[in-house]
Write a protein of this length. Structure first.
Length: 262
């Protein structure tokens, strides 16, 4: 019987928070397919911890709807239905419209400069074809704005929704779609700088609408993955090539308009 590969974290043992963070980051970076089985034994080997700590982390992820716990079968990454996905984006519209409205009124030049640097990092990741890093940056753009507004409760809610959105969108995203999303982020910054509140709201809704129109195309089952690799360090710390993008059970993207990542 082959031994499970061990993570460098195994000697020290990871905290519950670290396990939750690693799995969440793997979702944001497209390193876990929809419905991926998160076996307790493998997670124990990867993180160098007991089943108790792994179960604590899985229970926390289940409460945030990233993981589904199935009796006698174990833990699996969630597979949102089209209806669940629509509800997630509906919630994002309600919350983000208020967040962006507040930010349009209060954003400082330092805030906008920080967002411009964030978009520059997005463009650099897209140019280098670093798929995991670009996906994470595109999603956290929205969370950074919530952090700048200063409402911790809204930030936590939005961060959860953005991560759940990643379950839906990342398997579909192409380089072209990522570039379009980054362009939309840049347009939002310009509208906020000009204090054009109605334009900001219009651009934000269009930005989220681009994703929802493609929800019927979701199909992430059957993708192969290595759990130890998927739960390794974040993209900025990893060496080597980024993992290949998976869309619709490994097929290549169809021609025409491609899905966007919020």
């Amino acid at each position: 019987m082959s031994r499970l590969r061990k993570s460098p974290m195994e000697n020290a043992g990871a905290s519950t928070e670290t396990i939750v963070e690693r799995i969440t980051t793997a979702v944001l970076e497209q390193r876990l397919p929809l419905g991926a089985k998160l076996g307790e034994e493998k997670l124990c080997a990867v993180f160098g911890v007991s089943r108790t700590k792994v179960r604590q982390a899985l229970n926390r992820l289940a409460r945030s709807k990233l993981v589904v716990l199935k009796p006698r079968r174990g833990a699996f990454l969630a597979e949102p239905t089209p209806e669940e996905a629509r509800q997630i984006f509906e919630a994002r519209r309600v919350i983000e419209c208020e967040i962006f409205a507040q930010f349009t009124r209060t954003a400082s030049e330092a805030d906008l400069a920080a967002l411009e640097r964030h978009v520059q990092a997005e463009r650099r990741a897209i140019r280098l074809d670093d798929v995991p890093l670009r996906n994470r940056l595109l999603g956290t753009f929205h969370v950074r704005i919530a952090e700048m507004v200063g409402n911790k409760v809204l930030t936590e809610i939005l961060a959860d929704l953005v991560t759940r959105s990643s379950l839906i969108t990342l398997l579909l995203q192409s380089t072209q779609a990522a570039s379009c999303s980054s362009d939309e982020h840049r347009a939002l910054i310009a509208a906020i700088r000009a204090r054009k509140a109605p334009l900001v709201q219009k651009l934000l809704r269009e930005h989220l609408d681009h994703v929802e129109r493609d929800l019927a195309d979701i199909d992430g089952r059957g993708s192969e993955f290595d759990l130890a690799d998927a739960l390794g360090p974040v993209a900025a710390e990893r060496k080597g090539k980024a993992p290949a993008r998976r869309v619709r059970n490994g097929s290549t993207p169809s021609r025409g308009r491609v899905p966007s990542q919020p």
